[in-house]
Design a protein around this ligand. Sequence first.
Ligand SMILES: [Zn+2]
Length: 427
Amino acid sequence: MAELAQADERRGLASAGVGQKMERSLSTSGSISAKVFSESAKSHAAELLRVTKPDFSFNAQSDRAKTTWLGHAGMLVQLPHLHENGRPVRCLFDPIFSLRCSPTQAAGPQRSYPPPCAVEDLPEIDIVMISHNHYDHLDFDTIMALWKRNARHLRFVVPLGNRQWFLDSGIDPGHVVELDWWDAVHLTAAGTDGEEDLQNGNSLIITCTPSQHGSGRLGTDANASLWSSWYLVHSNARGESYRIFFAGDSGYQFHASPGWPPAPTEKGRKQVAARSDDDSPQALHPICPIFDEIAKRLGSPHLLMLPIAVGATFDYLRSMAPVPDSINPIPRHSPGVTAHNHMPPWDAVRVFRAMTKDGSGADGRPVAVAMHWGTFTIDAVEVLKTLGQLEWACEAHDVRFARDLKQYDKDSEACFLALNHGESVTT
Ligand SMILES: [Zn+2]
């Protein structure tokens, strides 16, 4: 059982946060560096995906959760306090504030949008959950900066086989909790025990749930440590539960045909109408059944954080070719090419539907927040394509697509939200 400490005063700050390492060539105003994006797509992508300064304020009287996208798969979820007059509980998933997701900051996939803030700008963090150890999800400099600032009360919750990495990095063994799939940990406020919390009706239970992915950092440790998604249940004194699902990195269904899903043309619409996705167990490439199972075992989530793009590697390889974009021999990936272990937008919307189909989540009005897109893409076209594909997937699956918080209405229907870097949604 992990213990969650009460608010304490800020400890000595790191002299320079990892977020401050960002090269000045990357704009902090939210526009995209001309150095890394082709001119034609640059202005359109900059208009569509921006960096905004996060607002970490939280209203415990009215908010069940406040979710802030910190770039790539980094998400901060703030939840109401566990005991009277406490501060919000702050859960951070897969944070990365470094310039590159790589074994070295000298080379490797580089972000095109700076982090919306530095680690030092974050409020006190209680729990950091890591989905797996790939470099874009487990970043040494970020973990060290978080530990330095929050060491007294911070707990790392990680899937099986990842604890040793934290201990080797110098983190106190009492602050790292390792869980197998379906194991759960109950977070309590400092000075109380779990029973007391439960009697008060305030509790936070974190379950390590499956995902379809892999792991490895060294080239020799493929799949040696576990990967996971995370499922949180926050219950309040009125006996209401709020359920949250963080998918980490996962696939859903391999798409053998590069033409599926079709483009949002008239022809594509007809194709979709004529053929639904093949969910049958006899399908050549069946869907991953875990999302259905998670919802069945733990309930339909109110809030989902779902990846909608492949990640950094393809774009990075493409950028290595010293030729103009138009004649680059390295192909842009099609959405389905790595759908066995990554979710293209089409699958992310299907997972959203699969996990919320019983309508119990948020009284039938669940919200999904897009992640794992846009940040480490060095090709503006990918930003545009990913957004376009998500909008099309939402339309085809009867989900409201929202880019602007004004388009999101928490009392309206199921909604898939693609926030800007640093933006928050309150649910
Ligand atoms: Zn990964």
